[in-house]
Design a binder for this molecule. Structure first.
Ligand code: ADP
Ligand code: ZN
Length: 615
């Protein structure tokens, strides 16, 4: 590397440390930063929590001129601007949260070069005033956050995003354009490149794995009891409980409040004012548990969410991974637990069957969309019943390679073994054949288990030779067997709300005993993971209180002052000097200057007290 290159390197790392308090980049970040700094376009796909913001914020600091960040999420903009300001970076946002007077002032400041980073809502691109102001500026970089919103393929389509390309084109000098998203399907990725008119972009894609997340699935007899038990073990943490319906949100929230949890709620049926209030209560740590439908979360940047529990199974793994991924954004260990019951599948089938589809689609296209949704639902249900490593299942679903064992999911923790289930498989297959391949999972399970139901007797199914063959098996055991047969492609399922089971060509060899049928089963009952202990609980608590006090005084969420990960690192490093304080991950110059003394003081007091105590 030549001298100039070397000094640019040094400057980059110095800025990373000084402003953000980090000494190294996470995977993918540096490639994005280098490319944007070199004036190249970038398409960056990273999972939620991987650290996309640094990918454009750092270039913004290193490049001369202003960086515009286009973002569809108002609350996120506010958060980011607060965080940047705390870090000593001149930043502002231009969106509908400002009064006309405030907006005019911010625009003027921008034109005068008062900001390094300006967040703009996409609809501003249509405003003449804004465009005029931009032509007078030296814009080094346009970063597009949530760039998948440009694609009509996704649910998050924003028509205003289609203006971005022409906006960039209309600038006196074309800046580098960086597109950032967590959504990765091929179609959407293609749309981002063409519709944002990226020029020969550097593509940065990091793996989808989030190693700090623990994945668990439970199939409890009683979901309310299971939930209470999970929350009891996490009394001092904050997290989200996702439910499938508004009604479930209401019930679960009432239950939790009744049991003394600081819970609040969020769904589309609440007034705008209540939603805003409840969201703020959660973000500012006044309430520790948010019970919500999937309407909650898009654009919530709260980094210290330490668990996400799904009270119901979502409709596909994309949704699940996005929602669960809101846990542990700051890299701290966090838990993603799904409470499953077969009823969840029925609810989702109902929702798919009754969902309103784009009315411009013809019947055939609508049927195709539904068929695809059923297919995705099936894969989601398999996640809930598989005995394989859950992380591995997710990663393979997203097209990545994964190890058989991660050691940080409920299936790996439970341990599993591959067993020969050929005889059981034959029983299932012959039951399906003999009843004419017209029944679904529930009915086949009932026949095999010898159910005494009226319906079975009326249809004469109790006279079938396979009736009652699995009397000694539990219902979930039979269902797990059916799932394994489906996953391995020995059975197939028809589409529609009431699918029936059919034999696939591969079934023949199993039925005739020519081929073994093996499946993976857990060897011990699933046990919920014990909650990870903090490096020093006592100190952590003390620092957390201090942080809460400082955040309240500044009127910002606690994680804007320091993330949980930063507090945890303080508990490990126990810094006693300002120099040592700067070594803590997440502590930059500005924050050290602003908060260093009070935190050092608190740590010193804590250590003194500890050394005085008898043990
Ligand atoms: P994303 O936008 O990809 O969802 P963020 O940019 O919000 O993720 O970053 C998630 C968290 O990771 C933040 O708390 C951020 O401070 C932290 N983070 C980002 N980069 C690093 C890094 N290089 N080292 C340590 N923590 C980081
Ligand atoms: Zn695992």
């Amino acid at each position: 590397m030549d001298q100039k290159g070397e000094s640019a390197q040094a400057e980059k790392y110095a800025a990373l440390r000084r402003f953000f308090g980090y000494t190294s980049f996470r995977s993918g970040q540096e490639t994005a930063v280098d490319a944007l700094c070199a004036g190249r376009d970038v398409l960056c796909v990273m999972p939620t929590g991987a650290g996309k913001s640094i990918g454009y914020q750092l270039p913004a600091l290193l490049l001369p001129g202003v960086t515009l960040v286009i973002s569809p999420l108002l609350s996120l903009m506010q958060d980011q601007v607060e965080s940047l300001t705390q870090a000593g970076i001149r930043a502002a946002y231009l969106n509908s949260m400002l009064t006309p007077a405030q907006y005019a002032r911010a625009l003027e400041n921008m034109a005068n070069g008062a900001y390094k980073i300006v967040y703009v809502a996409p609809e501003r691109l249509a405003s003449d005033g804004f465009r005029a102001a931009c032509t007078k500026l030296s814009i080094a970089l346009v970063a597009v956050d949530e760039a998948h919103c440009v694609s009509q393929w996704g649910q998050d389509f924003r028509p205003d995003y289609l203006r971005i390309a022409s906006f960039v084109d209309g600038l006196p000098k074309r800046p580098a354009v960086g597109a950032f998203t967590a959504t990765a399907t091929k179609a959407v990725r293609g749309d981002m490149e063409t519709l944002l008119a990226l020029q020969d972009p550097v593509r940065v894609t990091t793996g989808f794995d989030r190693p700090n997340l623990y994945f668990g699935v439970q199939t409890p007899h009683s979901k309310p009891l299971a939930l209470l038990e999970l929350l009891e073990a996490r009394r001092d943490k904050c997290g989200i409980v996702y439910c499938a319906t508004r009604k479930a949100v209401e019930e679960v929230e009432a239950l939790l409040r009744d049991k003394g949890f600081a819970a609040t709620r969020y769904h589309a049926g609440l007034s705008e004012a209540e939603r805003r209030q409840n969201q703020a209560d959660f973000v500012f740590d006044r309430k520790s548990v948010m019970v919500a439908t999937n309407a909650f979360g898009m654009g919530i940047d709260k980094s210290n969410v330490s668990f996400v529990i799904h009270y119901n199974m979502p409709k596909n793994l994309e949704s699940y991974y996005q929602e669960a991924g809101r846990a542990g954004r700051d890299g701290s260990p966090a838990d993603c637990i799904l409470l499953y019951s077969p009823q969840d599948v029925r609810i989702n089938r109902f929702l798919i069957e009754n969902s309103e589809l784009n009315s411009e689609l013809d019947d055939e296209a609508q049927a195709a969309v539904r068929a695809r949704e059923y297919e995705l639902l099936k894969k989601m249900a398999f996640y809930c019943t598989t005995a394989d490593c859950l992380r591995g299942y997710i990663l393979r679903y997203f097209g990545e390679r994964a190890a058989e064992y991660c050691g940080n999911c409920s299936n790996c923790a439970a341990g599993s073994a591959v067993v020969d289930a050929s005889v059981s498989a034959q029983q299932v297959l012959s039951c399906i054949v003999r009843t004419g391949q017209r029944f679904g999972r529930a009915m086949i399970t009932d026949i095999l288990r010898g159910s005494e139901s009226e319906k079975i007797r009326r249809m004469g199914l109790d006279r079938q030779t396979t009736y009652g063959l699995m009397r000694e098996k539990r219902e979930w055991e039979v269902r797990r067997l059916l799932d394994a047969l489906l996953v391995q492609g020995i059975l197939t399922q028809t589409a529609g709300q009431y699918p029936s089971l059919r034999l696939a060509p591969a079934a023949r060899a199993v039925l005739l005993g020519e081929k073994k049928f093996e499946m993976r089963v857990p060897i011990v009952p699933e046990a919920p993971k014990t909650v990870q202990t903090e490096p020093d609980r006592g100190l952590f608590e003390v620092l957390r209180k201090l942080r809460a006090k400082l955040a309240a005084r500044a009127g910002v969420p606690a994680y804007v002052v320091f993330t949980d990960a930063a507090l945890r690192d303080m508990c490990v490093k126990k810094p006693q000097t300002e120099q040592a304080f700067l070594q803590v991950s997440g502590v930059g110059d500005r924050k050290a200057a602003r908060y260093g003394q009070v935190f050092l003081e608190e740590i010193r007091r804590y250590l003194e007290k500890e050394s005085e105590s008898p043990n």
